[in-house]
Design a protein around this ligand. Structure first.
Ligand code: SF4
Length: 608
């Protein structure tokens, strides 16, 4: 079974025991790895019915068969669990070096279950697995935690890689992230709170084994070809290496799809220049950075020296610049960058932090929240307040406690859930669906709520990758969304980063995967695996209680035309597009896959 290590490490924190299981070869071939295999494990082990913050929930750290290999951008890992924010499947992925370390320690997946009675961390040194006391790092920021644990476990030996939670995860903040390599985040769905609920502060891994693949020569040749294609592409060869994801800010602003003031506006006008990739490069960039095995290098090491906002770190990314910048009507790049550092240190998802604060600011603006509830003025544009609010959320202090529940619960608590801009309780990322209709379908149907990571149709709709489609058209967008979703589901499961999709075809990825696992595969096989993953995730969510009526965009998008930018005036309905989508998916009117569809995907055993 070359390409996979074939091993799953299972750790029971209640019993403080661990065991090693074999990865079923059929499961591996059907779902590749990552969130695909992890969802099957969670569904089979009845996690869909679990309380997300109880010992019954499980957390699966996963890699794919390309993680840690010679493949391009092969540094990814993924975390899958039941989300305390959405009550549905939660997954998030991250780059850096943790994933490759897991693989060289010998594991494709690590399942963590139960709950420790006091704070612990996990130390995995090849075959040796220890549950260690973590009282001394409980309460510490993620970068401090990582440094302390590395010092403890490494000695004079090889470097260990660490994932950890900050104070936010410990305090069960529902928008808490899991951090690794100091600045990298498995951010979405509040999975940091799942770690916190298990009293698990961190996982440190070190491995010494070579990651075996079926055809080393074939993989290296396919990877070399892919690297050359990525280098020759203007986006992956020049723009992303130079400006990182912030380089996307100006084109999206010009189109008029960036949220401003909780999506009340859709362009930041000239002020976008103050928070652009170019501004970040000019003011704060120290050097560029890359994850394991990456030739693109979208990471930005930055430093801010302005009084009150001093700090060093990585980022912010495009999503962060918009969600805690433009969406809060803030163009102070120093404050945004500082708030980004703090989100990383406290361990929080910047998209959800921005979406939640924006919602509260609009409620304050409309008089639905007052100083009586908040304790202070909560106004759009207040850069100093942003930095304070991040810490308050991370510590659940004062009004930060309400914000720590995420935008939906906060807005519902104060009587105005209609001002929450998200789907299935997950805050929407930095793309207004009125100006990129495929994103609207993605938000509605993504297995984790309003995510851009599960079908980035905006690449086609605004950037014209691989070819341009009319962004405001609805006809045909069901097909576009499905195609992106299935592709993305399979792509992520391989263990490489999604960014290369901007510059190379899926055939390049399929060539690398086929060489790694020794199974000849064509593009259609690969897409079918993605469709299978998407459907098993749907089944998980149906079992977790997902209802058709939950697939609803906020009224703002249905009742108000897009206000600004080149696409101003665009309206949104998606009624026809969703019918088209359900039909293409082979789902009934309630969004349940037909038996025939499940049979065709080898999932008939899961039919209810
Ligand atoms: S493109 Fe960026 S996120 Fe992706 S692997 Fe490279 S450095 Fe990491």
């Amino acid at each position: 079974m070359k390409g996979w290590t074939g091993k799953i490490l299972r750790v029971d924190l209640t019993k403080r025991s661990s065991s090693i299981e074999d990865l079923d070869p059929t499961t591996a071939r059907m779902f590749i790895g990552g969130h695909g295999v992890a969802t099957k494990i969670l569904l089979d082990e009845n996690v869909a019915e679990a309380d997300p913050l109880s010992p019954d929930n499980k957390l699966v750290f996963s890699t794919g068969p390309l993680t840690g290999t010679a493949a391009v951008t092969s540094g990814r890992y993924m975390v899958t669990s039941k989300s305390p924010l959405t009550g549905l499947l939660g997954h998030a992925n991250s780059g850096g070096f943790f994933g490759p370390a897991m693989r060289s320690a010998g594991y494709d997946h690590i399942i963590i279950e139960g709950r420790s009675d006091k704070p612990v961390y996990l130390w995995i040194d090849d075959d040796k697995v220890e549950v260690r006391e973590a009282e001394h790092v409980w309460g510490k920021l993620t970068d401090e935690t990582e440094a302390i644990i590395r010092k403890e476990v490494e000695g004079t030996g090889k470097r260990a890689r660490v994932v950890s939670i900050g104070p936010a995860g410990e305090k069960l903040v529902k928008i808490a992230a899991i951090m690794n390599d100091q600045h990298r985040a498995a951010a979405r769905c509040g999975l940091g709170a799942v770690m916190g609920s298990k009293n698990l502060k961190a996982v440190a891994v070190r491995g010494s084994k070579k990651v075996e693949v079926a055809d080393e020569t074939g993989l290296k040749a396919a990877a070399k070809n892919a690297r050359e294609i990525l280098k020759a592409n203007p986006l992956t060869g020049e723009q992303i290496p130079r400006l990182g994801t912030p380089g996307l800010l100006m084109p999206y602003n010009q189109a008029g799809i960036v949220p401003v003031r909780n999506f009340q506006k859709s362009s930041f006008g000239q002020r976008a220049e103050n928070i652009s990739g170019e501004a970040l490069e000019e003011k704060y960039l120290k050097k560029r950075a890359a994850c394991s095995g990456c030739s693109i290098g979208c990471g930005r090491v930055t430093e801010v020296k302005e009084p009150g906002y001093e700090g060093k770190g990585e980022g912010p990314e495009y999503e962060t610049l918009i969600m805690i910048g433009a969406n809060l009507d803030i163009d102070n790049l120093a404050a945004i960058t500082k708030a980004n550092y703090l989100c990383n240190q406290f361990g929080m998802d910047t998209i959800s932090v921005g979406g939640t604060i924006a919602c509260a600011m609009e409620m304050f603006e409309k008089g639905y929240l007052t100083k009586k509830e908040t304790g202070f003025d909560l106004k759009f544009g207040d850069a100093g307040l942003l930095v304070k609010l991040v810490e308050m959320i991370g510590r659940r202090e004062g009004f930060g406690d309400a914000l720590a529940e995420g935008g939906f619960r906060m807005a519902e608590k104060y009587g105005h859930p209609e001002l929450f801009m998200g789907v299935n309780k997950l805050e929407m990322p930095a793309y207004d669906p009125r100006g990129a209709k495929g994103m609207g379908i993605n938000y509605l149907t993504s297995p984790i709520g309003a995510s851009h990571c599960r079908g980035y149709t905006v690449a086609m709709e605004i950037l014209g990758i691989p070819e341009k489609v009319e962004p405001t058209a609805e006809n045909g967008k069901g097909m576009v969304a499905k195609a992106f979703q299935d592709m993305t589901a399979a792509w992520d499961a391989t263990g490489i980063c999604l960014f290369p999709i901007m510059g190379m075809g899926a055939d390049n990825l399929v060539a690398m995967l086929s060489a790694a696992i020794g199974v000849p595969m064509v593009l259609l096989d690969f897409i079918k695996i993605g469709e299978r993953i998407f459907n098993i995730q749907r089944l998980f969510n149906l079992r977790a209680g997902l209802k058709k009526e939950d697939e609803r965009l906020p009224d703002r998008f249905l009742n108000e035309p897009l206000p600004d930018g080149e696409l101003a005036g665009a309206t949104l309905s998606l009624v026809g597009a969703m019918k088209e989508y359900y039909s293409l998916r082979g789902w009934d009117e309630n969004g349940t896959p037909y038996l025939g569809k499940l049979k065709s995907l080898g999932l008939a055993d899961y039919a209810s």
